[in-house]
Each structure stands twice: as structure tokens, then as C-alpha cells.
Design a protein around this ligand. Structure first.
Ligand code: BGC
Length: 808
């Protein structure tokens, strides 16, 4: 703690200290006038600035100032281009500076455990290394502008269903190897100004007051120096939060929790030192922000940001399939079909939804390149899912008359959003019906997908080309058009597996769990780690993405064949360097993402056959070669040993594979690692986890993995402050409360209209109300409820319950 902060602490009253630990409103912290500390602003979000001008609402659709809308998470990760993401971060930081925003609420580094996760469209990857590198680049860029990032949602917030109360039951190894490393990488390499803790519980304790996550891991293990801010409404017990490393509660909860902090100090439940620790960090944050706020005003070149958004979008598109069909020569007669071509979906719904200053439409961009006269268009289907036989017919006629069809399909807002999970992996039925109707034209059809997460493609074998455009931001449309025409050579690679069917996903039987608990029984078998190890056929593998040119891998070399590692001395002093020559063997310039996977020969613990441990994107002119060097440190070979709480790399053989996707391995070498950890015999207690193909993660196996019994779910009754509105909605006292909250949320989110966006808002409002814990009613709606009233309702509900039980 600096002297300056120490002095400030001495001049603050207890009331002021308590106040500083709780937001002033939805987006601001309290300022302290006599210390000349301003009230700073933090706001969303990951792919653009969402600074609301009117009344703030954390999930709301209240308009924000115009800003640049960049591609969302899956596309950013599919670029595998950390330099580009850092540039995006710089642009985001500048837009924040221009608007006086001090902390931008992103990036979201949660792992995609299951493709149904409602917010996967905001997250990067199923792989922690890639997610961590992209998150780190984003933060580096933003923070270079004197604006803080908020790395979120820490931790294991991998689905939406009951996200505010669900208890994630997970073993330590899975936590450390799969769900935490993206956060770890970002924290240890960039020191984000803030980390946002998630809503859920982790192994019985809310993330907002979880000592293991916040204090032991984040601060002690990773050396985090910034502040932990709650996700909006994630605070459970303010005093416990402060004790265990959560510094700031957002949004403000009026004097509800300030009073509790003051009382806790007065009755000795909280010490002044504990409170001061939080306050000091918050003061440091405000000081950093103040420096930027006092500097000269930044002006933003929005056109330059649009261009940057366009170049990121170009690298975010993934060419999934191409049977010598693309690119299409610009003299062809094109039928553009699909309402998404003219009403593009370019970002997701919820707290990250921004107000772009301009949005391109694919149809316009295609016309610009292929010529107005060569391009015809019809919607073919409606994004509100209304059936329309005449539209379908028009589409069939246009397709028949064209040389080539560009068919735009994807997920519309009601199919993926913050607040609720997806129900299935399919495209909307009206779109599938259209594709069936176009059956005879599919051999000349390029399918362009706009979606934020994997979908099934039952027509995959019938079309010659498929382009995954994800949610490409405001300039996504020109990226698509340029790739279709060949002006841009696609270079995106999937950061997630596209499974053939939902049933193939190992977490599916336990997803999303009950309203109270979710068990991560599948352990480390997430994404390609499972599919690749078990040789399960997928639709498109992790790392996959085609180019209009071809690349050759040759001359793989290792700097040595042994690695002397000390488990206690992790670090970059002890590296194996892998080099490979990549040659562009085609006739046009292009980029390849060289992926390096590591797999242990005979591990003592269940381990994936391959895990991504390094990658590099390389840009090559036609015919050009380049030697690529990748580095593998001790950690690249290590697993997390839960008994000893340490990373261990066993002395063993390891295969280092280099390839263009997890399935398309071009060369592999074996390295014999000698470390201070001898190879242990196989851990027989985890037998079923050594055989993931069987997917037999029964109780005993899970208990062995956890190292303790499986915690019981909290019973529904007696009701308490963390019972959800949904759980009491069927009771006589709960029903009116549910109805009134739903009405409030529907109005707030503009859910009244009769279009697809409003339908999504209705679904989101419904989910938010159903899943909201009763403790949050006085936080979000202080004008309607006090905590005392809520406690009264709970007591009355429990009395009724007891009476009913007595009667039975
Ligand atoms: C979301 C966060 C977001 C916050 C503020 C929450 O509902 O989970 O990601 O940053 O709202 O809008």
C-alpha cells in the first residue's frame, strides 16, 4: 500500500469506507469529494462500448451511445490473432477514454463446456490456452489506453440456467486444468484492473465470497493486485465477501449493505484491517482511473475503428467446407436468399448488446462486389419464424434462375441470449424447411452461417461450401462478401468443436443440472479433449478452417529432447523450442494457424491424447516459406496434482504434434522428458476416467475424483433469501410477486413488440425473473421492496408450508 493510500485511509470515515465498497448506481462507484476522488464509471462490454445514456439497466436494452461493434467472442478466438485482438483492445480503450469510462466490463473468459451454454456467443473457446491468450491480448490493448478491464466471469459460470444460485460441483484438477487457466493467463500476464466474480456458487460457496477462488488462487497463487467486482447482483453476503477478497459490490444497493458493513465493524464481525484492504484497492483503482480522466480528452476516429472491425471480421470467418466451389467469380448470377442477408445478426442479446454507429448488410456488400444487376434477393424465411409458403416459393424460383445461391441462415436472437441456455443445436425450423424446399439447388449453394455457437447442419453433404461467419460485428457483412468473391482469403479456425449431435457432448447428461446444483462429472473431458481422445466423429473439429491456398509443414525440430523441470520452479527459464517450416504451396497469399498439441504417453492420471499448448498465425505470400518457432515450458507437460496442490510433469515420453486442426496433424515428434517427478503408476481409483469413451462417470468415480462425497442439494424448503422467484412462483404469496416482477422486466426490456428481438427480450426477462434469488429484489428494486419485507414474505411462506405439512 502506498503512503498516499495510507493517508487517505486515515482521513476516511467508516461510513465513507463502507460506501466505497458498494456502487453508487448501476454503473458508477462513489467518489470522495474531500479527497478529490471522482466517481468513476464501469460499463459493458466485451465487443464494444455500451455506455447507456438514459437510465442504466445491467441487462437492458436502453440505448447506449453509438460505438464500434466488433465481432463477438467466438469470432475473435477463431482469428487466433492476438496482435489483432490487442489492436481491438486499443480501439475499445480509446472509445472508453472518449466517453469518460474508466473500466470496460470484459473480456469473458469462461470455457465452453457445452454448446448449449446461452452465453457461448460471448465467450472465446472450449480450450483454456486459446481463451487465455485472446483474453490477455484484449486486456493488454484496453489497458494500454489507461482504461481498466474486468476479466469475467470468475469462475465456472458455464451456463445460464439458475446462474445466480446454482452450485457448481467440480474437482480441483478439472478446475485448475480446464476452467481456470484462461483467467490465470490473463491475470498473470496483464494484471487486469478488475476481475468480475460470477453469480454461481463453486463447491458450496458463492464465487463472490469464495476464499479459495478469490484469496488463495487469485491473489496468493496468481498475484492479482486489482479489485474483485461482483457480477451485477452477484453479492450474497457483503461482509463475507469483504473478508474473502471481493472488494466492490455492483450495482449499488443503496444503504442496504453499507449498513451491514458498518454494523459488522461495530460488532467485531469484520476488522478494520479487513475493510481497509478492500478500500485501499478501490482507492488505487480510482487513482489510476483519475490519472486518465485528467489527461487530455481522446478523440476517436470511428472510420478507422470500422476498418479495424472489418479486418477482424475477415479473420473471424471460418471456411468450414469448400469443394472447389469458392471463391465465386464476380460475373456470376447470384441469388441471395435468407432474411439474415438483409437483416443481419451481428451481435448477441443481453448486457453486451451495444449500439453500433453503422451496420453493414450482407446483401448490400454482395451487390457492391458482384454488381446490382447480377444479384437478386428474397428473404426465403422470416426471422420471427413465421411460416410463409409464398416466400419459400420465391426463393426456389430465384435459386433456379441463378448460377450460384448464397443462402444465409443462422440463429436469431431468441435462440441464444444471456439469461437462458439453448434447447437444442438445430437451426430454426423455418430455415430447415427452406433448405429442404431448395433441395434441387443445393449443389450450387454456398451456406453462410450467422450464429454464436455450434449448430447441426443436416445438409452438410449436399452443399459444396459452408462459411461460418459467426456474429461478425458491424463490419461482418463486407468480410463475408469479400471472402465469397475471393478478395479476402479466409484464415479463421474454429475455437470450438462442432459436434455431430448433442448426445455426443460428454457434459450433456449433467447439463445444465438442476436449479440448485450442477455436477461437472465429465471432468477434463471437455470439447476436443474428449472427441479427439475417444475418436468420436464430429461435424467439424477444433482448430479446423480452410483457406483458398494450401500449406505444407516440414522440417520439425526440437531444441532438445529432455527438459529438466522442477515442479516448484515453473517458469519460462526452462523451455523446449519447437520449430517447423511452413510453406504456402498455393497460388495466392494466405494465413495458416500452426497448432502445437502435447500428449503424454503413459500418464498416471487420465489425460487427453492431445492438448493445445502453443500456436502461431503466420501470413505467407504464394510460394513463401517461413520457419515458425514455438515454445513449450514445464507447464505444457504438467497436470494438476490435487493432493499436493501443484503442477507436475512426469518423466515420460510426450508426443508433440503440429497441425492445421486437432484432427489434421501434419507432423509429430516424441520428446523424452526427465523431471524431478518420476512416472507414477496409473491411479486406479480413476479407472473410468481413463476410459472416457464409456462415459461411465458414476457416483463412485465422481467421488474418487472429488476426493469427498457428492454434496447434497439444498432442499427447496424452507425458503430462504437465496430461493428464487421461480421457486416460489406457484405459491399464493409468490405468484403476485412473480407477476409484478415479470411486468417490470418486460417493460424495462421493451418486450412488448411483435418481432423477433422482442420475443428474445421476453424470454430473457422471464428467465431473469424466474432465476432471481429473493435477496436481489431489494437490490434491483429498492423502490418496491425492502429486505425486511422479503424476509417477512419468506417467513410467511415457510409458515404456510409448515401448516400444510402438519395437515398431511
Ligand atoms: C452480466 C455481466 C455484465 C453485467 C453488467 C451481468 O448480467 O453477467 O457480464 O457485465 O451484467 O451489465
Amino acid at each position: 500500500m502506498t503512503k498516499n493510500i495510507q493517508t487517505m485511509l486515515q482521513t476516511l470515515t467508516l461510513e465513507e469506507k463502507a460506501m466505497l465498497c458498494i456502487g453508487k448506481d448501476v454503473w458508477h462507484l462513489h467518489g470522495i469529494e474531500h479527497l478529490d476522488m471522482p466517481s468513476i464509471m464501469m460499463t459493458d462490454g466485451p465487443h464494444g462500448l455500451r455506455k447507456q445514456v438514459g437510465e442504466g439497466d445491467h441487462v437492458g436494452l436502453n440505448d447506449a451511445v453509438p460505438a464500434t461493434c466488433f465481432p463477438t467472442g467466438p469470432g475473435l478466438a477463431a482469428s487466433w490473432n492476438t496482435t489483432l485482438i490487442e489492436k481491438m483492445g486499443v480501439a475499445l480503450g480509446k472509445e472508453c477514454r472518449a466517453q469518460g469510462v474508466s473500466v470496460l466490463l470484459g473480456p469473458g473468459a469462461n470455457i465452453k463446456r457445452n454448446p448449449l451454454g446461452g452465453r457461448n456467443f460471448e465467450y472465446f473457446s472450449e480450450d483454456p490456452l486459446l481463451a487465455g491468450d485472446i483474453a490477455a491480448a484484449w486486456i493488454k490493448g484496453v489497458q494500454s489506453q489507461g482504461v481498466g478491464a474486468s476479466l469475467k466471469h470468475y469462475a465456472v459460470n458455464n451456463h445460464e440456467h439458475c446462474r445466480m444460485t446454482v452450485d457448481v460441483i467440480i474437482d480441483q484438477r478439472t478446475l485448475r486444468e480446464i476452467y481456470l487457466p484462461a483467467f490465470e493467463k490473463a491475470v498473470t500476464t496483464t494484471q487486469p484492473w478488475t476481475v468480475m466474480c460470477s453469480y454461481n456458487k463453486v463447491n458450496g460457496t458463492f464465487a463472490a465470497e469464495n476464499k479459495i477462488l478469490l484469496d488463495d488462487i487469485l491473489v496468493k497463487d496468481w498475484g492479482f493486485k486489482g479489485i474483485v467486482v461482483t457480477d451485477w447482483g452477484a453479492n450474497n453476503n457483503r461482509v463475507e465477501g469483504i473478508k474473502h477478497g471481493q472488494h466492490l459490490e455492483m450495482p449499488g444497493s443503496g444503504d442496504l449493505n453499507t449498513k451491514k458493513i458498518i454494523a459488522a465493524i461495530e460488532n467485531g464481525q469484520l476488522t478494520t484491517q479487513e475493510l481497509d484492504k478492500s478500500v485501499a484497492r478501490i482507492l488505487e483503482l480510482i487513482l489510476k482511473a483519475k490519472t486518465s480522466l485528467n489527461e487530455e480528452k481522446v478523440t476517436v476516429d470511428l472510420n478507422a475503428h470500422h476498418k479495424l472491425a472489418a479486418s477482424i471480421a475477415q479473420e473471424s470467418c471460418v471456411l468450414l467446407k469448400n469443394e472447389n466451389f469458392l471463391p465465386i467469380s464476380i460475373d456470376k448470377k447470384i441469388a441471395v436468399i435468407g432474411e439474415l442477408a438483409n437483416n443481419t445478426r451481428y451481435q448477441g442479446a443481453g448486457s453486451s448488446k451495444i449500439n453500433p454507429f453503422t451496420v453493414e448488410q450482407p446483401l448490400d456488400e454482395i451487390k457492391k462486389i458482384f454488381g446490382r444487376d447480377n444479384v437478386s434477393y428474397t428473404a426465403g424465411y422470416h426471422i420471427n419464424d413465421m411460416e410463409d409458403a409464398a416466400e419459400q416459393k420465391r426463393a426456389m424460383t430465384l435459386a433456379e434462375q441463378a448460377d450460384v445461391v448464397f443462402l444465409f441462415v443462422g440463429l436469431t436472437p431468441k435462440y441464444e441470449s444471456e439469461g437462458f441456455d439453448r434447447q437444442h443445436l438445430d437451426l430454426p425450423q423455418v430455415q430447415l424447411d427452406l433448405i429442404n424446399a431448395l433441395e434441387n439447388q443445393l449443389s450450387k449453394t454456398v451456406v453462410v452461417l450467422q450464429n454464436g455457437a455450434p449448430i447441426t447442419l443436416p445438409f452438410v453433404d449436399e452443399v459444396p461450401a459452408i462459411l461460418e461467419a459467426y456474429l461478425g460485428g458491424q463490419a461482418g457483412a463486407s468480410a463475408i462478401a469479400k471472402i465469397l468473391s475471393g478478395e479476402v482469403n479466409p484464415s479463421g479456425k474454429l475455437a470450438e468443436t462442432f459436434p455431430l449431435a448433442l448426445e455426443d457432448v460428454p457434459s450433456q447428461p449433467y447439463f445444465p443440472g438442476t436449479t440448485k446444483q450442477v455436477q461437472y462429472r465429465e471432468s477434463i473431458w471437455v470439447g476436443y479433449r474428449y472427441f479427439d481422445t475417444t475418436k468420436t466423429k464430429v461435424l467439424f473439429p477444433f482448430g479446423h478452417g480452410l483457406s483458398y491456398t494450401t500449406f505444407d509443414y516440414s522440417n520439425v525440430r526440437l531444441s532438445g529432447d529432455t527438459l529438466q523441470g522442477q515442479s516448484a520452479q515453473l517458469g519460462r527459464h526452462n523451455l523446449i523450442k519447437v520449430s517447423v517450416t511452413i510453406t504456402n504451396t498455393g497460388d495466392r497469399a494466405g494465413a495458416e494457424v500452426v497448432q502445437c498439441y502435447v500428449g503424454q504417453a503413459t500418464p498416471s492420471q487420465p489425460r487427453p491424447k492431445k492438448e493445445l499448448k502453443a500456436f502461431k498465425k503466420v501470413f505467407l505470400a504464394a510460394g513463401e516459406s517461413q520457419v515458425i518457432e514455438l515454445e513449450l515450458d514445464y507447464r505444457a507437460f504438467a497436470y494438476w496434482n490435487s493432493e499436493q496442490s501443484v503442477w507436475l510433469a512426469e518423466s515420460n515420453d510426450y508426443t508433440i504434434s503440429l497441425g492445421s486442426s486437432v484432427e489434421d496433424i501434419r507432423d509429430a515428434v516424441i520428446v523424452t522428458l526427465k523431471t524431478d517427478t518420476p512416472l507414477a503408476p496409473a491411479n486406479t481409483a480413476l479407472k473410468t476416467y481413463f476410459e472416457p469413451a464409456k462415459r461411465d462417470f458414476h457416483d463412485e468415480a465422481f467421488i474418487a475424483l472429488l476426493g469427498h462425497s457428492i454434496p447434497q442439494e439444498i432442499p427447496l424448503t424452507p425458503y430462504h433469501l437465496n430461493s428464487t422467484i421461480g421457486e416460489i412462483a406457484n405459491t399464493s404469496l409468490g405468484k403476485p410477486l412473480f407477476d409484478s416482477m415479470l411486468a417490470i422486466f418486460n417493460t424495462m426490456m421493451g418486450a412488448g413488440a411483435n418481432d423477433s428481438a422482442a420475443e428474445a427480450s421476453r424470454l430473457m426477462a422471464q428467465a431473469l425473473v424466474v432465476d432471481m434469488p429473493l435477496r436481489n429484489l431489494p437490490v434491483f428494486n429498492p423502490q418496491y421492496y425492502t429486505e425486511a419485507q422479503i424476509v417477512q414474505i419468506i417467513n410467511a411462506l415457510n409458515e404456510l408450508e409448515n401448516k400444510q405439512k402438519d395437515k398431511q
